[in-house]
Structure formats: C-alpha cells, structure tokens
Design a protein around this ligand. Sequence first.
Ligand code: HEC
Length: 201
Amino acid sequence: MRTKIYYTGAVATLLLGIAVFWHSSLVAGPGPKNAQIERGKYLVSVGGCNDCHSPKIFTPMGPIPDTTRLLSGHPANSKLPQVPQGVLGPDQWGALVSGDLTAWVGPWGTSFTRNLTPDVATGLGSWTEDIFIKAIRTGKDMGEGRAILPPMPWPEYRKMTDEDLKAIFAYLMSLKPIENAVPDPIAPSGERMPTMKSRKK
Ligand code: HEC
C-alpha cells in the first residue's frame, strides 16, 4: 500500500517536472526556437536595423531608438519639412535624412523605412519566412515587386546565410505588433511608388 503511494507520488513528480520543462522551453527556456529568436535579435542589433527602422527619442547626443516602438518604421503621423531646392546633386549633397533617420531623400526620390513588426495590416504580419528571404536576396519588394529603394542595405544583407535570415525573421515575428501605416515612397516625379501590399488594397 505504502509503496504504491510512493510510486504514484514519484510518477506525479516526474510528470510535473516534464510539464514544467516543456512549458519553460516553449515560453522562455533554452529551446531551439528561443535560441533562434535570440540570434535574430543579435543580428538585428549589430546589423543596424534600428538605426533606420525604429522611431527615435531625442537626446543631447542625438537620436536613439524609442524602445516602446522598436522597428515600427517611419511614423505615419510625422510631418517632414520641405526639401530645399538645389542642395542635392553629383557635386553637392548626396542625400537628406529626417532627424529620426526614418525618411530619406536622394536621387531615387523619398523613401520611408518600413514597419517590420508583425502587425498584419501595416507590418510584416502577412509575410512568410520565404517572402522575407526572397526580398532581401533579390532587392525586390516581397521578392517580386518594384526595386527596394536606398538606403536599405540589401546588397550587403543578401550575403547572410538562410539560417541568419530565418533568425532575423523569427525575431521580427516575436516583436509586439505595432500599427503604423508607413507611406509609400515618392518618385522624383512626385508620384507614389506602391508596394505589392498597398497595391492590393
Ligand atoms: C540605412 C537605413 C536602413 C537600414 C540600416 C535598414 N533598412 Fe530596411 N529599409 C530601409 C528603407 C528606406 C526601406 C524602404 C525601401 C522602399 O520602400 O523601397 C527599407 C525596407 C525594408 C524592408 C521591406 C522590403 C520590401 O520587400 O519592400 C525590409 C523587410 C527591411 N527593410 C528589413 C531590414 C532589416 C532586417 C534590416 C537590418 C538587418 C534593415 N532593414 C536595415 C532602410 C534601412
């Protein structure tokens, strides 16, 4: 009788242990998914994605990423100053950039950094890992649309391994989704240059 109780207790403890381990490996533990997300976070950090894709807060030493809305892209509600005439040219300045580094003006027109959070309507929420890899490798919007404009450094990022790009995508998908409808870029002619996604709307 007594052994039976001990036995049941041991089995219950063992099952509880397995359950706790299983749960922690899913939520925050050292499981392979979590290691992949951590790797992606590291690559996004050293790859400088926040410099361009995160809204900023302003300090006496310059802009720093706003940690409450990391990687959510050029803030849709921000007002850009008028671009001064005659300052850009082959022998003049090459580009202008907004104070938060999320909007860029150059020979290609005006580009706005995209929302990389998993928000479905305005971010990468409807993208798959394959679309993400294809976009970075080909330099085309979603891997098949128009050319991705400067200064997005895809010609360098395309050299990353599939494993690294998958890790970056996994990290981006683990972020808090932030709703921010980044405007489409503007061509030098003044026309909007739609993305695959904005064209579907
Ligand atoms: C120097 C600034 C800059 C840096 C650094 C940068 N980006 Fe971008 N990125 C941009 C701009 C600008 C766009 C918008 C281009 C456009 O609309 O054609 C963009 C667009 C994108 C897109 C959308 C591509 C598409 O299919 O339309 C993805 C995804 C992206 N960036 C991911 C990243 C990741 C990941 C990193 C870091 C590893 C990164 N970016 C670093 C400026 C930057």
